[in-house]
Design a binder for this molecule. Sequence first.
Ligand code: G3P
Ligand code: MG
Length: 244
Amino acid sequence: MWSYPKMVAHRGGGRLAPENTIAGFACGLAHGFRAVEFDVMLARDGVPVVLHDPYLGRTVAGAGHVFDYDAAELRQMDAGSWFGARFAGERVPLFTEVAAFCQAHGLWMNIEIKPAPGFEAITGAVVAAAAAAALGEVGVAPLLSSFSEPALAAAQDSAPGLARALLFDAVPTDWQARAGRLGAVAIHCNHRRLDGATAAAIKGAGFGLLCYTVNSAARARRLFAMGVDAVCTDRIDLLGPDFA
Ligand code: G3P
Ligand code: MG
């Protein structure tokens, strides 16, 4: 079952602010959202940082992999200028900074574990432990999710009390066995690849169901009619927190 918000701001501020930055989370909050999704991976020194790409160049100026830099170095890098001059100076946030922001503002967290290739298990273990450590402060339990089954298995070992969701692009036919092995409570999938029968099977088996990344009201309504519990959106201006 799904006990979390129905509308989730993708990467904090969707299309309105630089992804995975404190400015992005503040933007989601300013639009009334009570839930955010963001991506977490490890810096060279094993500290979890909030970034989507495992390399620099798109949202952060520079070159190389995220794991080529310590968190303190990444923490000094500009993650806002790529989006717009007014966001210059936004930094790559540490996971702990984002968790503190969410705690302070009552934002529920869908923490996507985004391991760099080769770092699946360690990323799952470390991010889950960090999320569990933050839980005392955050109050409302987050939901961990990942496309990486080894990362989720390690998260389960590291913080068994935290809920997990298995992420897919298209939901495979053996989704239930795979989710069951990981003790996952929800399936997250690409809305473009979801059909009604699969949605019904997931809901009928008692799992939560979230779709990403839904940017049209008509599509969101159709998904909710199919039984989808929640959608993650980039159009936080169009699909608000009280969308129905
Ligand atoms: O967690 C949902 C969605 O964020 C997964 O894809 O690439 O946007 O992280 P991506
Ligand atoms: Mg994500």
